[in-house]
Design a protein around this ligand. Structure first.
Ligand SMILES: Cc1ncc(COP(=O)(O)O)c(C=O)c1O
Length: 348
């Protein structure tokens, strides 16, 4: 039995999906009278391509991957939710993941009434393989990893991820939202070696397009096929598809941004290191720094009063006392450093 047949929910396997007009006929035509659209050209009177072919062709060139192995969603959150709905029977199956990590995996599992088992990372913020494998049972369908991880900002050891891919019989979802900022190579080139691997990426971080809402899942044709089967028919709107194609044509700009952000990350690290009230800066492979401070609430409020917003992560396991700081522009980073100097001197 193939991996999909073994893991897929019965009702999804048996589902007759909705068939949209643009799926049934996707070629050119002189007259389109099949989709109950308004015939007057507003620029947007036609439904978008349900399978986003042009966009996928562009992505397939960029990622060196067959377009049939690409799913595009309304942010990464869409494939996260779809994977759960395809593979996890509510109230019966479970998902194993790590703690701390990106909060949407658990929220999405909770919404879908799927048990979510969280395995604490080690003190070095690495995968605790023993605990992970102890948590897995016959009903574990998905295993969510995030590398570089949010909020700990580090990448996991590659050999640990590979070990999990080789030993776990369900699907391993590897969220690479921050991969462009990492010293590690994406796992994308290993997709063909691991039929149980699903990689998530997004345009929201390095590509600077959080506002257009576009996330991607890369996996085998079979897995992408079932995601397409249950997605909303027109899940990615025309504006997003057009803007994404335009933007993906300008990879150089993305690369320039990434180099700049990496430079600023190090600049910030050096300057933050000077403050005695910052007791630790976690090693970062992402576009943010986690700092551990003596009085997180006091600093948070101080910065808030200066209209500088950072993320409170002080109650998160293993991140006690930590604040998460996104690397900004040079001016934004300097404004942060100035505020921290004033805080240090006790100036209000
Ligand atoms: C690990 C991780 N994955 C996914 C996302 C969300 O991505 P998107 O904007 O594509 O929904 C985030 C956002 O912070 C994230 O930290």
């Amino acid at each position: 039995m193939g991996i999909i047949e073994r893991l897929i929910r019965k009702n999804i396997a048996e589902l007759t999906p909705y068939s949209s007009a643009r799926e049934e006929y996707s070629g050119d035509a002189a007259v389109f009278l099949d989709a109950n659209e308004n015939p007057f050209d507003s620029g947007f009177n036609r439904y978008p391509d349900p399978l986003q072919l042009k966009l996928k062709v562009k992505l397939s060139q960029l990622k060196n991957l067959n377009y049939e192995k690409i799913f595009i969603g309304n942010g990464s959150d869409e494939p996260i939710d779809l994977l759960m709905r395809v593979f996890c029977e509510p109230g019966t199956d479970n998902i194993v993941s790590i703690k701390p990590t990106y909060g949407m995996y658990k929220v999405c599992a909770d919404i879908n009434n799927i048990e979510f088992r969280e395995c604490l990372l080690t003190k070095e913020y690495q995968l605790d393989k023993k605990t992970i494998f102890k948590s897995i049972d016959a009903d574990t369908k998905l295993l969510f990893l995030c590398s570089p991880n949010n909020p700990t900002s580090n990448s996991f050891f590659r050999e640990d991820i590979i070990y999990i891919l080789e030993q776990f019989e369900g699907l391993v979802i590897l969220d690479e939202a921050y991969i462009d900022f990492s010293g590690q190579r994406s796992f994308l080139y290993l997709l063909n070696n691991y039929p149980n691997l699903v990689i998530l990426q997004t345009l929201s971080k390095a590509w600077g397009m959080a506002g257009i809402r576009m996330g991607m899942a890369f996996a085998s044709r079979e897995i992408i096929g079932v995601l397409n089967k249950i997605k909303y028919p027109y899940n990615v709107n025309i504006l997003t598809q057009r803007k994404a194609i335009d933007h993906l044509n300008n990879e150089e700009e993305k690369n320039t941004w990434v180099s700049f952000i990496l430079g600023q990350r190090e600049y910030l690290r050096v300057l933050l290191n000077e403050f005695d009230f910052i007791t630790e800066i976690l090693p970062s492979d992402a576009n943010f720094l986690m700092i551990r401070v003596k009085e997180p609430k006091k600093l948070l409020t101080y910065l808030l009063n200066k209209k500088i917003i950072v993320r409170d992560r002080s109650k998160v396991p293993l991140c006690e006392g930590c604040l998460r700081i996104t690397v900004g522009t040079k001016e934004e980073n300097n404004a942060l450093i100035k505020a921290l100097k004033d805080f240090n001197k006790g100036i209000d």
